[in-house]
Design a protein around this ligand. Structure first.
Ligand SMILES: C[S@@+](CC[C@H](N)C(=O)[O-])C[C@H]1O[C@@H](n2cnc3c(N)ncnc32)[C@H](O)[C@@H]1O
Length: 267
């Protein structure tokens, strides 16, 4: 390595997620929440506005709509009826707040690696204060972490690109889940299906069996659902299935390929 390369290598940024999570709330998230999400949708719904119909498996929201991603999360919860649900990377806590209002009999909790994100969540949802904890999902698994029937993320793993961190996060989510993992993410940011199959077949996942499904919400969103037992949804064996009909982003797909290529699965 010549001297220039050596200097450049030493300065190379190791931390390569999309954002600096220490300053993310002030830099970007708070502005995005009010400027984008709340401009077109209700981020926080009143409990009287939400209902779940077990016959159709659909959620209905009176008044302004919810973002389709949020809407889907509540439909998954309604259809699977887990006793406990935990959101990783919960940010402002709005998904948890709405879900608690819609399904008061289910035990909800959330975590995030950003202390300022959790402050924001506690401000917006004082009732959730005791159920929100600091957790870095890319740390080695901790037996202090909560176990829940369903573990989900919304727009979290898609932003994690440091070393093999998104693989660690996926394994940790499965390890925290008694039954199901739901990934509501941008499916071009990682080769989620390929990476999960690699982890499963390489023996990295805690479950004996991992079934991979596509879940379609009633308002247009789609998600990846992992289950330790077989379910009656479309089985996923390739990323093409979850990306079908999406406009390809070359930049994202190239980065996803680079991230996947860092994996050494199994032994
Ligand atoms: C784009 S925001 C989404 C927040 C929230 N899920 C939502 O839908 O509004 C990404 C969130 O993931 C959190 N996050 C990023 N890396 C994380 C990690 N390693 N462990 C836990 N949370 C993480 C960030 O702090 C941030 O709150």
């Amino acid at each position: 390595m010549n001297i220039l390369n050596r200097l450049f290598y030493k300065k190379r940024k190791f931390y390569d997620d999309d954002f600096d999570w220490e300053s993310y709330t002030a830099d970007s998230y708070q502005r995005r929440l009010t400027g984008d999400v709340e401009k077109d949708h209700d981020a926080i719904a009143k409990s009287a506005e939400l209902s779940f119909d077990p016959a159709t498996g659909h959620v209905t929201k009176q008044g302004r709509s919810l973002h389709p991603n949020q809407h889907l999360i509540y439909e998954v919860i309604g259809q699977l009826q887990p006793a406990s649900v935990h959101e990783v990377g919960c940010g402002a806590g709005d998904h948890l707040g709405n879900a608690t209002a819609l399904f008061p009999e289910i035990q909800f909790s959330g975590s995030d690696r950003g202390a300022t994100q959790l402050d924001l969540a506690r401000n917006r949802h004082p009732d959730l204060t005791d159920r929100l904890k600091l957790q870095d999902l890319t740390m080695p698994f901790s037996r202090h972490w909560p176990k829940s029937d369903l573990i989900y993320s919304q727009a979290v793993l898609m932003h994690i690109h440091t070393a093999v961190s998104h693989f660690v996060a996926l394994c940790n989510m499965v390890n925290m889940a008694n039954e199901y993992v739901l990934l509501m993410e941008n499916y071009q940011c990682h080769n989620f299906v390929q990476d999960i199959i690699g982890l499963r077949d390489g023996g990295h996942l805690a479950w004996d069996e991992t079934h991979i499904y596509r879940f379609d919400g009633s308002t247009g969103a789609r998600a990846i659902l992992l289950s330790r037992t077989p379910l009656d949804y479309e089985e996923l064996s390739s990323d093409a299935q979850i990306r079908a009909g999406l406009d390809p982003s070359r930049r994202r797909l190239d980065r996803a390929a680079e991230d996947s290529a860092r994996a050494i699965f199994g032994y």
